[in-house]
Structure formats: C-alpha cells, structure tokens
Design a protein around this ligand. Structure first.
Ligand SMILES: [Mg+2]
Length: 251
C-alpha cells in the first residue's frame, strides 16, 4: 500500500454535479487503511472554499488542510517573489489574490478566466510580457470535461502568450514538479511512496511520474481511449477510483 495518495478531483471523484458512483466509499476505504490523503486540483474557476463545500456536499469527508489548489500555489509563488500581478483570472477567484498589490504590475497571472480571456485582456498581458514580466499560469491543461463535453482549458492560452512574447511560462499546479514536491513535503512522504490518481494523462499522471511519484490513470472524466499510449513511464490504468481501491486493498 502507498503511504500517501493524491487524488485529482474533477473526473476522478466527480463529474459535473455528480460524484462518480462508489467514489465516496472508495475514499473512505483508503482512509480506513491508514493512507494519508491529499486532494489536488488545478481548478481556477472556484475558490478553495467552494471546492471544499462541493466535495462535502457530495459526501466526501475532507479536511481543509488536505486540499491543495493551484491558485494557492500561485499565490505563494507571487508572494515569495514580491510580484504585483496583472490578474487574468476568473472573477470568482479574484478575492484569493486580494492580499497582493496589483498597481504597476510586474508579472502576469493567467488562469482559466473563461470570458475574461478576450483579445483586449490577452493583449494587455502581452504588453507586460514583451517588456520582460514573468508569466505564471494556473495549470497548463489542454481541456477539461464538464457534465456535457470537453471544453478549452487554460493551456492553449498559455501557449498563445508564450508564442507571442517568445517566453516560457511558470506553471503553478499540476504537472509542475514544484507543486507535487510541496504536497509531498506537507504530507512528509517521499515521492516513491506516493500515488497520484488522475484522469488527465499529462497534468496528473505524466507530471507525477516525472516528479518521481507513482501514477494511476482512471478511465473516467476526460479520459479518452488510448490516452495511456501517450505516457512515458509505467503507470497503472484503472476503470475508476473504485476499481483502483479494490485493487489496492487486495495487496
Ligand atoms: Mg481531472
């Protein structure tokens, strides 16, 4: 058994408004087996409070200290670098950055800002980047699945700004090695005793493998047939969090 299991949220524990059938019990089973749990998400459309409320409303038992969000990782990075960010983020998470000064911006924070990702706002960000301001992105995911279909995530917009300004973005959240290291430091667990479970083959599973963790790709959420062929390195592939937990408890 692994000492620590990192669980992605959307696509692993729930899809849209519904929990994955059996997921609540599966997570409880891991807890009872003495596994340290960390809930990790790149979502940047909701504040941490709302993410926590949703998990609890769906029936998951989650402590606030077990939740790691990419916006929190971004805030830490900006604070440590004394940056005054130009915020290109979803209106619902703006308040998470209230403590940071934003006058005379010297960095750009880019997230899945939904309708805020318009030409005017992207062009304003570009004008800072071309003058040398660093670009920090919350996640780099290509797409995400809502209840109905796949939708554009922040990744394509990161690429657009990187391309225009000929720079490379820093990524807060998965698949950044720093993010995994922060979570494991908090759990006081070496990477080779930790398992990351996700439905995003790049951000969750490849990111975890690259950071020295074990990985498990689940065939729920945004998983598409053949995703596992895009992995370099060995990872488990399971139908869902439920079959994964059954497999782990047999060990
Ligand atoms: Mg996911």
């Amino acid at each position: 058994m692994y000492r620590t299991v990192l669980l992605d949220l959307s696509g692993v524990l729930y899809e849209g408004r519904d929990s994955i059938p059996g997921a609540v019990e599966a997570v409880e089973r891991l807890r009872r087996a003495g596994v340290t749990l960390r809930f990790v998400t790149n979502t940047s459309r909701q504040p941490a409070r709302a993410v926590l409320d949703k998990l609890r409303w769906l029936g998951f038992r989650v402590d606030e200290a077990e939740l790691f969000t990419a916006p929190h990782a971004a805030r830490r990075w900006l604070r440590e670098g004394s940056y005054r960010p130009h915020l290109l983020v979803h209106p619902d998470i703006r308040a998470e950055f209230d403590e940071l000064a934003s006058d005379a911006p010297n960095a750009v924070l880019l997230a899945d800002a939904e309708d805020e990702l318009n030409y005017r706002n992207l062009d304003e960000a570009f004008s800072l980047l071309i003058e040398g301001a660093p670009l920090l992105a919350i996640g780099n995911n290509r797409y995400f699945r809502d209840s109905d279909r796949l939708h554009l995530d922040v990744g394509p917009f990161v690429r657009a700004l990187e391309y225009a300004a000929d720079i490379e973005a820093q990524i807060a959240g998965k698949p950044s090695r720093l993010f995994f290291e922060q979570v494991l430091a908090d759990a006081d667990c070496p990477p080779d005793e930790a398992l990351m479970v996700g439905d995003d083959v790049q951000a969750d599973v490849q990111g975890a493998l690259d950071a020295g963790l074990h990985g498990c790709l689940v065939r729920t959420g945004k998983y598409r047939n053949g995703d596992e062929k895009r992995l370099s390195g060995d990872a488990m592939v399971e139908d869902s969090i439920v079959s994964l937990c059954e497999r782990l408890s047999r060990k």
